[in-house]
Design a protein around this ligand. Structure first.
Ligand SMILES: [Mg+2]
Length: 187
């Protein structure tokens, strides 16, 4: 199946890198910038962030394992378009499995169009919008998304467990539906 994976603060520790540049120690909410234009200017002036940012430990290994199990990984990010080359190079350098890299302002539509089975994501707005379309989301735990329900993991070493629960859950769900249709009595 196709598995969508977000990049910043899901497989890459981008927030600490941004805070360092802004000279801030912590952040209260998810939105760092007041406007989209301000955010765009920041990433244009600090484009080297996309090469410098550190991957989370075991993220590449976990996604390699999914690829080895026959799944297709698609990297879906809201990064600006000028970050495409740096992003593709970064994924390769850090040992992530090959996959399409799509930079978009509309993740739910992209996921629907590619018929993705699941998305791995940290951003509260995206989690809600994608989940609302019926695509299951596995949440990369961050302080700013803890109010949201759903399967989550904090370290990539635990990801495969969360993935298998979701994978089993969708299988259970479809067998339950077919049971309803055929009218077979359930235990
Ligand atoms: Mg993110």
């Amino acid at each position: 199946m196709i598995i969508g994976v977000d990049i910043d603060n899901t497989i890459a520790a981008t927030l600490p890198e941004i805070l360092k540049r802004l000279g801030w120690k912590t952040v209260a909410g998810y939105n760092l910038f007041r406007t989209r234009a301000e955010e765009e200017r920041f990433f244009l002036e600090n484009a080297e962030i996309f090469a410098r940012v550190q991957p989370y430990s075991f993220a590449a290994e976990a996604l390699q394992e999914l690829a080895a199990r026959g799944h297709e990984i698609a990297y879906i990010s809201a990064r600006p378009r000028h970050a495409l080359g740096a992003t593709e190079l970064w994924l390769e350098v850090h040992g992530f499995p090959a996959g399409r890299v799509i930079l978009t302002g509309d993740k739910p539509r992209v996921l629907k169009e590619m018929d993705a089975a699941v998305m791995v994501e940290d951003a509260p707005g995206e989690i809600a919008a994608i989940g609302g379309l019926g695509v299951p989301v596995i949440i990369k735990d961050q302080v700013y998304n803890r109010f949201l329900p759903g399967p989550r993991f904090s370290r990539w070493g635990q990801f495969l467990k969360a993935f298998e629960v979701v994978e089993r859950g969708s299988a259970l769900c479809s067998s339950w539906e077919s049971t309803l249709v055929t009218g077979t009595p359930r235990p």
